[in-house]
Design a protein around this ligand. Sequence first.
Ligand SMILES: Nc1nc2c(ncn2[C@@H]2O[C@H](COP(=O)(O)OP(=O)(O)OP(=O)(O)O)[C@@H](O)[C@H]2O)c(=O)[nH]1
Ligand SMILES: [Mg+2]
Length: 272
Amino acid sequence: MFNSCLGQRLSIVTAKPQTTRGRVLGILSRPGVQIIFLDTPGLLEPQYRLHQLMSRQIEIAVREADAVLLLLDGTSPYDRRELVQAFVAHNRKPLVAVLNKVDLLAPHALRDLGPALQRELGLEELLPISALRGDNLEALLERLTAFLPLGPFLYPEDMVAEQPERFFAAEFIREAAFNQLSDELPYAINVVIEEFAERLPKTYIAATIYVERDSQKGILIGKGGSRLRSIGQEARKQLEEFLEQPVFLELWVKVRADWRDREDDLEEFGYS
Ligand SMILES: Nc1nc2c(ncn2[C@@H]2O[C@H](COP(=O)(O)OP(=O)(O)OP(=O)(O)O)[C@@H](O)[C@H]2O)c(=O)[nH]1
Ligand SMILES: [Mg+2]
Protein backbone atom coordinates (compact mmCIF):
# COMPACT_ATOMS: atom_id res chain seq x y z
CA MET A 1 0.00 0.00 0.00
CA PHE A 2 2.88 2.32 0.90
CA ASN A 3 4.55 1.61 -2.45
CA SER A 4 1.29 1.92 -4.39
CA CYS A 5 0.47 5.29 -2.84
CA LEU A 6 3.97 6.55 -3.62
CA GLY A 7 4.13 4.99 -7.07
CA GLN A 8 7.60 3.66 -6.16
CA ARG A 9 9.04 0.49 -4.74
CA LEU A 10 10.61 1.88 -1.57
CA SER A 11 9.51 -0.68 0.99
CA ILE A 12 10.33 -4.33 0.47
CA VAL A 13 7.33 -6.63 0.11
CA THR A 14 7.20 -10.37 0.65
CA ALA A 15 4.55 -12.99 1.35
CA LYS A 16 6.10 -13.57 4.80
CA PRO A 17 4.97 -11.61 7.87
CA GLN A 18 7.38 -9.28 9.69
CA THR A 19 9.19 -8.25 6.54
CA THR A 20 9.42 -4.58 7.53
CA ARG A 21 11.76 -4.07 10.50
CA GLY A 22 12.50 -0.37 10.56
CA ARG A 23 10.78 2.85 9.58
CA VAL A 24 10.79 3.68 5.88
CA LEU A 25 9.99 7.23 4.87
CA GLY A 26 8.32 8.00 1.55
CA ILE A 27 7.30 11.40 0.22
CA LEU A 28 4.35 12.03 -2.08
CA SER A 29 4.22 15.54 -3.54
CA ARG A 30 1.26 16.81 -5.51
CA PRO A 31 0.08 20.30 -6.36
CA GLY A 32 -0.74 21.88 -3.01
CA VAL A 33 -0.17 18.83 -0.85
CA GLN A 34 2.73 16.77 0.41
CA ILE A 35 2.09 13.54 2.28
CA ILE A 36 4.99 11.99 4.15
CA PHE A 37 4.38 8.32 4.79
CA LEU A 38 6.20 6.36 7.48
CA ASP A 39 6.00 2.64 6.82
CA THR A 40 6.51 0.62 9.97
CA PRO A 41 6.57 -2.99 11.08
CA GLY A 42 3.18 -4.47 11.91
CA LEU A 43 1.81 -4.85 15.43
CA LEU A 44 3.45 -7.87 17.02
CA GLU A 45 3.92 -9.79 20.26
CA PRO A 46 7.66 -9.41 20.97
CA GLN A 47 9.65 -12.64 21.25
CA TYR A 48 13.09 -11.14 20.75
CA ARG A 49 14.73 -7.85 21.66
CA LEU A 50 14.55 -7.11 17.91
CA HIS A 51 10.76 -7.31 18.12
CA GLN A 52 10.70 -4.82 20.98
CA LEU A 53 12.69 -2.41 18.85
CA MET A 54 10.30 -3.04 15.93
CA SER A 55 7.36 -2.20 18.17
CA ARG A 56 9.15 0.95 19.24
CA GLN A 57 9.37 1.98 15.59
CA ILE A 58 5.58 1.97 15.55
CA GLU A 59 5.42 4.15 18.67
CA ILE A 60 7.93 6.64 17.26
CA ALA A 61 6.11 6.87 13.93
CA VAL A 62 2.75 7.38 15.64
CA ARG A 63 4.22 10.09 17.85
CA GLU A 64 5.64 11.94 14.82
CA ALA A 65 2.55 11.55 12.66
CA ASP A 66 -0.46 13.79 12.08
CA ALA A 67 -2.61 10.76 11.34
CA VAL A 68 -2.35 7.02 11.76
CA LEU A 69 -3.22 4.68 8.95
CA LEU A 70 -4.26 1.28 10.25
CA LEU A 71 -4.04 -1.35 7.54
CA LEU A 72 -5.92 -4.62 7.94
CA ASP A 73 -5.45 -7.58 5.65
CA GLY A 74 -8.79 -8.51 4.10
CA THR A 75 -7.76 -12.17 3.85
CA SER A 76 -6.96 -12.43 7.60
CA PRO A 77 -8.89 -9.50 9.07
CA TYR A 78 -8.98 -10.78 12.66
CA ASP A 79 -5.26 -11.51 12.79
CA ARG A 80 -3.79 -10.24 16.10
CA ARG A 81 -7.23 -9.05 17.12
CA GLU A 82 -6.30 -8.16 20.73
CA LEU A 83 -3.26 -6.19 19.65
CA VAL A 84 -5.30 -4.21 17.14
CA GLN A 85 -8.11 -3.62 19.63
CA ALA A 86 -5.64 -2.36 22.23
CA PHE A 87 -3.92 -0.15 19.68
CA VAL A 88 -7.19 1.44 18.57
CA ALA A 89 -8.35 1.89 22.16
CA HIS A 90 -5.16 3.70 23.20
CA ASN A 91 -4.62 5.67 20.03
CA ARG A 92 -5.04 9.45 20.41
CA LYS A 93 -4.18 10.45 16.82
CA PRO A 94 -6.67 10.78 13.97
CA LEU A 95 -7.08 7.26 12.60
CA VAL A 96 -7.81 6.14 9.07
CA ALA A 97 -8.52 2.41 8.92
CA VAL A 98 -8.32 0.52 5.66
CA LEU A 99 -9.14 -3.03 4.69
CA ASN A 100 -6.67 -4.11 2.01
CA LYS A 101 -6.71 -6.91 -0.58
CA VAL A 102 -10.38 -6.50 -1.45
CA ASP A 103 -9.39 -7.81 -4.89
CA LEU A 104 -9.38 -11.22 -3.19
CA LEU A 105 -12.78 -10.81 -1.52
CA ALA A 106 -16.19 -11.55 -3.00
CA PRO A 107 -18.49 -8.49 -2.84
CA HIS A 108 -20.94 -10.22 -0.48
CA ALA A 109 -18.10 -11.24 1.88
CA LEU A 110 -16.95 -7.64 2.02
CA ARG A 111 -20.47 -6.40 2.75
CA ASP A 112 -20.67 -8.58 5.87
CA LEU A 113 -17.07 -8.27 6.94
CA GLY A 114 -16.78 -4.46 6.95
CA PRO A 115 -19.44 -3.67 9.59
CA ALA A 116 -18.48 -6.70 11.72
CA LEU A 117 -14.84 -5.64 11.80
CA GLN A 118 -15.73 -2.06 12.63
CA ARG A 119 -17.79 -3.20 15.59
CA GLU A 120 -15.21 -5.71 16.78
CA LEU A 121 -12.25 -3.34 16.58
CA GLY A 122 -14.00 -0.10 17.49
CA LEU A 123 -13.44 1.62 14.15
CA GLU A 124 -15.59 4.56 13.09
CA GLU A 125 -14.88 3.97 9.45
CA LEU A 126 -13.20 1.28 7.39
CA LEU A 127 -12.19 2.03 3.82
CA PRO A 128 -11.93 -1.01 1.54
CA ILE A 129 -8.89 -0.76 -0.75
CA SER A 130 -6.75 -2.82 -3.05
CA ALA A 131 -3.15 -1.71 -3.10
CA LEU A 132 -2.61 -4.18 -5.93
CA ARG A 133 -5.35 -2.86 -8.22
CA GLY A 134 -5.33 0.69 -6.91
CA ASP A 135 -8.96 0.60 -5.73
CA ASN A 136 -9.84 3.54 -3.49
CA LEU A 137 -6.26 4.78 -3.13
CA GLU A 138 -7.36 8.26 -4.21
CA ALA A 139 -10.08 8.23 -1.57
CA LEU A 140 -7.48 7.16 0.98
CA LEU A 141 -5.13 10.01 0.04
CA GLU A 142 -8.04 12.44 0.37
CA ARG A 143 -8.88 11.17 3.87
CA LEU A 144 -5.25 11.51 4.94
CA THR A 145 -4.93 14.98 3.43
CA ALA A 146 -7.80 16.18 5.60
CA PHE A 147 -5.63 15.60 8.70
CA LEU A 148 -2.51 17.36 7.45
CA PRO A 149 -1.52 20.73 8.88
CA LEU A 150 -1.31 23.80 6.67
CA GLY A 151 2.23 24.93 5.96
CA PRO A 152 5.13 24.82 3.55
CA PHE A 153 6.31 21.50 2.12
CA LEU A 154 8.76 19.76 4.44
CA TYR A 155 10.76 18.23 1.58
CA PRO A 156 11.71 19.37 -1.93
CA GLU A 157 9.03 18.39 -4.45
CA ASP A 158 11.28 16.03 -6.40
CA MET A 159 12.39 14.08 -3.33
CA VAL A 160 10.80 10.67 -2.83
CA ALA A 161 12.95 9.10 -0.13
CA GLU A 162 15.23 10.30 2.63
CA GLN A 163 17.19 7.21 3.53
CA PRO A 164 20.52 6.59 1.76
CA GLU A 165 20.91 4.17 -1.15
CA ARG A 166 22.88 1.83 1.12
CA PHE A 167 19.76 1.33 3.23
CA PHE A 168 17.70 0.31 0.22
CA ALA A 169 20.49 -1.94 -1.03
CA ALA A 170 20.46 -3.86 2.24
CA GLU A 171 16.67 -4.06 2.14
CA PHE A 172 16.55 -5.46 -1.41
CA ILE A 173 19.08 -8.14 -0.46
CA ARG A 174 16.99 -9.02 2.58
CA GLU A 175 13.88 -9.13 0.39
CA ALA A 176 15.51 -11.65 -1.94
CA ALA A 177 16.62 -13.71 1.06
CA PHE A 178 13.08 -13.62 2.49
CA ASN A 179 11.70 -14.79 -0.84
CA GLN A 180 14.11 -17.66 -1.25
CA LEU A 181 14.45 -19.01 2.28
CA SER A 182 11.86 -20.73 4.40
CA ASP A 183 10.82 -21.36 7.99
CA GLU A 184 12.76 -19.45 10.63
CA LEU A 185 15.82 -18.68 8.53
CA PRO A 186 14.61 -15.41 6.94
CA TYR A 187 14.06 -14.01 10.41
CA ALA A 188 17.58 -14.93 11.54
CA ILE A 189 19.06 -12.86 8.74
CA ASN A 190 20.50 -9.39 8.78
CA VAL A 191 22.19 -7.61 5.91
CA VAL A 192 25.05 -5.14 6.28
CA ILE A 193 26.42 -3.17 3.33
CA GLU A 194 30.23 -3.21 3.54
CA GLU A 195 30.96 -1.18 0.45
CA PHE A 196 28.88 0.87 -1.97
CA ALA A 197 30.96 2.46 -4.69
CA GLU A 198 29.71 4.11 -7.86
CA ARG A 199 32.26 2.83 -10.31
CA LEU A 200 32.19 2.51 -14.06
CA PRO A 201 30.84 0.53 -15.73
CA LYS A 202 29.03 -0.91 -12.67
CA THR A 203 28.11 0.22 -9.17
CA TYR A 204 29.99 -2.09 -6.81
CA ILE A 205 28.11 -3.30 -3.76
CA ALA A 206 29.56 -5.70 -1.20
CA ALA A 207 27.31 -6.98 1.57
CA THR A 208 27.45 -9.42 4.44
CA ILE A 209 24.45 -11.54 5.28
CA TYR A 210 24.52 -12.45 8.95
CA VAL A 211 22.81 -15.55 10.32
CA GLU A 212 22.57 -16.74 13.91
CA ARG A 213 24.03 -20.25 13.64
CA ASP A 214 26.63 -22.21 11.72
CA SER A 215 23.97 -24.62 10.46
CA GLN A 216 22.03 -21.70 8.95
CA LYS A 217 25.13 -20.60 7.09
CA GLY A 218 25.19 -23.85 5.14
CA ILE A 219 21.50 -23.64 4.22
CA LEU A 220 21.82 -20.04 3.11
CA ILE A 221 24.84 -20.78 0.93
CA GLY A 222 23.29 -23.95 -0.51
CA LYS A 223 24.90 -26.75 -2.52
CA GLY A 224 27.98 -25.40 -4.22
CA GLY A 225 26.86 -21.88 -3.35
CA SER A 226 23.71 -22.19 -5.47
CA ARG A 227 21.23 -20.57 -3.12
CA LEU A 228 23.40 -17.61 -2.25
CA ARG A 229 24.04 -17.10 -5.95
CA SER A 230 20.34 -17.16 -6.68
CA ILE A 231 19.59 -14.68 -3.88
CA GLY A 232 22.32 -12.46 -5.25
CA GLN A 233 20.85 -12.59 -8.75
CA GLU A 234 17.37 -11.61 -7.56
CA ALA A 235 18.73 -8.81 -5.37
CA ARG A 236 20.96 -7.49 -8.14
CA LYS A 237 18.02 -7.28 -10.54
CA GLN A 238 15.97 -5.28 -8.03
CA LEU A 239 18.94 -3.06 -7.23
CA GLU A 240 19.61 -2.32 -10.88
CA GLU A 241 16.00 -1.29 -11.33
CA PHE A 242 16.07 0.85 -8.20
CA LEU A 243 19.40 2.54 -8.90
CA GLU A 244 18.87 2.62 -12.67
CA GLN A 245 22.46 1.45 -13.06
CA PRO A 246 24.22 -1.85 -13.67
CA VAL A 247 25.33 -3.38 -10.37
CA PHE A 248 28.09 -5.78 -9.38
CA LEU A 249 26.95 -7.46 -6.17
CA GLU A 250 29.22 -9.45 -3.90
CA LEU A 251 27.69 -11.34 -0.98
CA TRP A 252 29.40 -12.78 2.09
CA VAL A 253 27.90 -14.88 4.86
CA LYS A 254 28.87 -14.65 8.52
CA VAL A 255 27.54 -15.93 11.82
CA ARG A 256 26.57 -13.57 14.63
CA ALA A 257 25.14 -15.76 17.38
CA ASP A 258 21.77 -14.62 18.75
CA TRP A 259 22.05 -11.14 17.27
CA ARG A 260 18.26 -10.67 17.54
CA ASP A 261 18.57 -10.66 21.32
CA ARG A 262 21.88 -8.88 21.72
CA GLU A 263 21.78 -5.19 22.44
CA ASP A 264 25.28 -4.49 21.07
CA ASP A 265 24.60 -6.30 17.79
CA LEU A 266 21.21 -4.65 17.34
CA GLU A 267 22.81 -1.28 17.87
CA GLU A 268 25.61 -2.04 15.43
CA PHE A 269 23.03 -3.20 12.87
CA GLY A 270 21.11 0.06 13.29
CA TYR A 271 17.96 -1.26 14.94
CA SER A 272 18.06 0.74 18.17
N1 LIG B 1 -3.97 -9.59 -3.59
C1 LIG B 1 -3.35 -8.59 -3.00
N2 LIG B 1 -2.17 -8.79 -2.39
C2 LIG B 1 -1.57 -7.75 -1.78
C3 LIG B 1 -2.14 -6.46 -1.78
N3 LIG B 1 -1.31 -5.65 -1.07
C4 LIG B 1 -0.28 -6.40 -0.67
N4 LIG B 1 -0.41 -7.67 -1.09
C5 LIG B 1 0.50 -8.81 -0.83
O1 LIG B 1 0.52 -9.04 0.55
C6 LIG B 1 1.79 -9.56 0.97
C7 LIG B 1 2.34 -8.76 2.14
O2 LIG B 1 2.70 -7.48 1.69
P1 LIG B 1 3.70 -6.57 2.55
O3 LIG B 1 3.75 -5.22 1.91
O4 LIG B 1 5.00 -7.27 2.75
O5 LIG B 1 2.91 -6.50 3.91
P2 LIG B 1 3.19 -5.62 5.21
O6 LIG B 1 1.87 -5.23 5.74
O7 LIG B 1 4.14 -4.52 4.95
O8 LIG B 1 3.79 -6.69 6.21
P3 LIG B 1 5.18 -6.74 7.03
O9 LIG B 1 6.15 -5.77 6.46
O10 LIG B 1 5.64 -8.16 6.82
O11 LIG B 1 4.82 -6.47 8.43
C8 LIG B 1 2.67 -9.53 -0.27
O12 LIG B 1 2.70 -10.81 -0.82
C9 LIG B 1 1.94 -8.54 -1.19
O13 LIG B 1 2.18 -8.79 -2.53
C10 LIG B 1 -3.40 -6.27 -2.44
O14 LIG B 1 -4.00 -5.19 -2.48
N5 LIG B 1 -3.95 -7.39 -3.02
MG1 LIG C 1 6.01 -4.17 5.29
